[in-house]
Design a protein around this ligand. Sequence first.
Ligand code: ADP
Ligand code: MG
Length: 322
Amino acid sequence: MAFDGEPVLSGVDLMVARGEVVVLLGPSGCGKSTLLRAVAGLEQPLAGRVLWDGEDLTDMPTHQRGFGLVFQDHALFGHRDVAGNVAFGLRVAGLAAEARAHRVARSLALVGLEGFEGRRVDTLSGGEAQRVALARSLAAAPRLLMLDEPLGSLDRSLRERLTAELGVLLRRLGLAALHVTHDHDEAFALADRIAVLGAGRIDRIGTPDEVWDDPGTVHAARCLGHENLVGLDDAGRCALGRLGSGPGIVLLRSDSLSVGAPGEGVSAVVAATSRRSGRMVAHVLVGDLEVRVPVDESIHGVRVGDPVGLVMGHDAVVPLSS
Ligand code: ADP
Ligand code: MG
């Protein structure tokens, strides 16, 4: 894929299995939407192919591919009611009125909007509008469902609730799904596999545990929400000691770090505390290196200024490539 001669994506190789939810994770502008649009047939790739069960769809028009696409802005038709929106593709496909109404009711039930047929779309909440957009895609019984940051415009608490609901729904439908987001929490909540996209290529792909434990690149580690990326000098050293054989960046996995009593592990001082989803995080200083460490408050609390020990598990240090 290229715009103005500049390639946006290259060498992307991605497979989605039946019933599998693959999440494409990456920052804004990295080419996520372009990739979805290429799979959907809305953009024509300069090179590469789109295959389904071995069949080459690269030259097939969008509407014949049997793929559903849900956008961030929902793209609902404001002048139609909910039923009119959900039925839109079915009418285009020439389905008879009775079959259409049946399919609309079933799709609305799937997303928990039974009886919404007659509602005007401009009276819907953001979450309801999102679910109508999802119902519209599901009505056409797609073999692959693609969701392009479908929850991006909603506020955080609603987004978290809908993410959980969407996960349950995708599992129940057993559909192949390709879900795009820049939010690592959303990716971990939904994915069977996560593909981290950066600079037009897939940096890392694997199960949530695989990519979290070993992100591979600095970019992927940041996208996945890792916070402790530590630079090493020519001798592989940093304030924590020798963590590698030469210069580079390593990741300290927060799940392998803990705060101990002074004297345990490496001497550190608590510089600040914060919370992630309610769980306390201590920002400890070792020399001038800040490391963020989850705190198990059922064992002990920490306060700013406390001297503590930074305890690192045997698998805490993960080398990264640039
Ligand atoms: P993402 O969805 O990850 O935010 P996009 O796929 O939308 O990223 O865009 C990838 C890159 O391609 C960006 O640099 C964007 O500016 C550029 N781009 C997207 N669509 C077009 C277009 N129609 N014409 C020119 N450049 C585009
Ligand atoms: Mg996009």
